[in-house]
Design a protein around this ligand. Structure first.
Ligand SMILES: Cc1cc2nc3c(=O)[nH]c(=O)nc-3n(C[C@H](O)[C@H](O)[C@H](O)COP(=O)(O)OP(=O)(O)OC[C@H]3O[C@@H](n4cnc5c(N)ncnc54)[C@H](O)[C@@H]3O)c2cc1C
Length: 507
């Protein structure tokens, strides 16, 4: 179905139904016969300018301030020895790139959507936190940490399908001689690529200084078809192609678990995705410690500790938080304004922008897909969609489509704030191609989430660069501290950020 056909089918007219809300983070448009809701942080610059004009109306005191309520910020909160802390999160809800959206009273993933059972050699701190949260338990027979909530495991027969330019096949990496050689090439690295990525043996760090493409090209007769498949997987998990990312990151993708060994690794994907982990951590924290809709816009060190400028978006007031310690778990690029002294050590980090299009369908049977539906087409940014039908059954049927744009195309995502309709049409067109039927008449509503700086790309040198992550009781967490953009690394970065602080309860 092309755009003209879509317009014909839907009546062809576009009109606004509601303007931006008070927070100016979400807006709703009605395109043809279904509404489109847009969520982005486009207004942050404006909020900072407003905040700077205001006098300080409240001063709050706390031992530790946590900036950012993604996985890393919450893992830090769960690791502190007491509850004398405040966590400021800009968004109305926690989660960051592991966020979720409410549809008909249920949560659906709007970012990270799965994790897999953890091998024994994974980091003890992260495994301990997941045990404390009652998420995992050790399967002695299989030597794997598996998930307790079995209802969220994806049945292997429903796991994955791949649409390749009009044809269906079972997986992204085709079963060829080249794939066999590729698996053999990486075989010596078995059990050497744990998470967190900080545990990788330094003897392998030289692999951080060669691109994954150059590494593969050196040892294998790679062809365009093979590299396209590899690039798809690298974009999907790391936000960059094999030419952009390091061999250390690339090999990690294939060797962090016993893939291609015939061993089954549990795939855990609740409908709310990795917001499941956010929810579990949130339950450990008193609600009064969490300050949503609080934007941190300045950090200043004083003789006694830290003074932080915060804008309360709801009450439109400026607050100051005085603390002994800070765990900074927000993205690092705004540090140029928030704390310029700290920015230099993160100025090598490049981020891939992502767009998530969540489609709520009318209650009519739409079958023929799998849980994850990969999509290879001339539009390399479109990575396919996840179908909620194969997650723990809920009455609402939701398709969640993912786009990862090249780092140089930040402006394309920024422009979507002005007009989000084309990407919604494109998504519906692509999914219609997949199902071989026009799905536009089944669409009830669409939510679009723009994530401008979603994922740090593990380029050459990124994973092994020396960084001072704690200085004067300011400790940095987050996957963009030289970690792989994965849940386990994000979580560990928060735990280690707390461990590096000199706190009364820390040994
Ligand atoms: C689309 C997508 C899909 C993914 N899928 C998976 C997956 O399936 N499995 C997996 O393991 N990993 C996945 N990942 C990676 C995973 O989501 C991340 O590694 C992890 O969630 C990052 O957590 P974080 O805390 O480091 O950062 P973030 O999630 O970016 O959290 C940072 C938080 O800080 C807040 N913040 C920033 N600055 C400020 C400020 N100044 N004041 C107040 N608040 C602030 C932000 O609003 C945000 O909530 C995915 C990532 C993306 C983008």
């Amino acid at each position: 179905m092309n755009r003209r056909m879509f317009l014909k089918l839907s009546g062809g007219f576009v009109f606004l139904t509601a303007c931006t809300d008070e927070f100016t983070q979400t807006s709703t448009r009605k395109v043809s016969n279904f509404p489109i809701h847009l969520e982005s942080n486009r207004n942050t610059g404006h909020l900072v300018r407003t905040a700077m004009e205001l006098p300080i109306s409240h001063v709050l005191h706390t031992e530790t301030l946590i900036v950012g309520g993604g996985i890393s910020g919450l893992a830090a909160a769960c690791s502190l020895p007491n509850h004398d802390f405040l966590l400021c999160e800009l968004n109305p809800d926690l989660g960051g790139t592991s966020g979720a959206i409410q549809i008909n009273g249920d949560s659906y993933s709007q970012g990270a959507h799965y994790d897999l059972a953890y091998p024994e050699n994974y980091g003890a701190d992260g495994l301990q936190l997941l045990q404390d949260l009652e998420i995992i338990t050790f399967n002695t027979k299989r030597g794997l940490w598996e998930f307790k909530d079995k209802q969220y495991l994806i049945d292997s027969k429903n796991e994955e399908a791949c649409y390749d330019n009009g044809k269906m096949r079972s997986s992204i990496l085709a079963n060829t001689e080249l794939k066999k050689n590729f698996i053999e090439l990486l075989a010596p690295y078995s059990n050497q690529f744990p998470l967190p990525s900080t545990l990788i043996n330094p003897e392998l760090h030289h692999l951080d200084h060669i691109s994954f493409f150059d590494y593969l090209n050196k040892y294998l007769p790679v062809d365009q078809y093979f590299i396209e498949a590899i690039d798809y997987q690298m974009l999907d998990d790391y936000g960059g192609t094999s030419r952009q990312i390091s061999a250390l990151a690339g090999i990690h993708y294939y060797k962090c678990r016993p893939y291609y060994t015939g061993e089954k690794v549990e795939l855990f994907s609740p409908p709310q995705g990795n917001y499941y982990f956010i929810d579990k951590m949130k339950q450990q924290i008193p609600a009064s410690n969490i300050k949503n809709k609080h934007l941190v816009f300045g950090l200043k060190q004083t003789e006694k500790g830290w003074q932080t400028d915060v804008y309360d978006v709801e009450s439109k007031t400026r607050k100051q938080i005085v603390s002994d310690n800070i765990v900074y778990a927000g993205q690092k690029h705004p540090l140029k304004y928030i704390h310029p002294e700290s920015y230099a050590q993160f100025n090598d980090v490049t981020y891939a922008p992502w767009v998530i299009v969540t489609i709520e369908l009318k209650p009519e049977a739409l079958t023929g897909s799998k849980w994850q539906n990969d999509f290879l087409s001339p539009n390399a940014a479109f990575l396919g969609f996840v179908d909620s039908q194969y997650q723990n059954q809920r009455s609402t049927h939701v398709l969640t489509a993912y786009y990862c744009f090249a780092e140089v195309n930040h402006h394309m995502v920024a422009n979507m704030e002005e007009n989000v309709d084309p990407i919604v049409h494109e998504t519906i067109d692509n999914i219609s191609l997949y199902f071989k039927r026009d799905i536009s008449e089944l669409v009830k509503q669409v939510h679009v989430k723009l994530l401008g700086h979603a994922m740090p790309i593990p380029q050459k040198g990124y994973l092994t660069k020396e960084r001072t992550l704690t200085h004067n009781q300011l400790s940095f967490a987050g996957v963009d501290t030289g970690r792989l953009p994965l849940m386990f690394d994000a979580m560990d970065s928060g735990i280690q950020a707390v461990k590096r602080l000199h706190l009364k309860g820390n040994s």
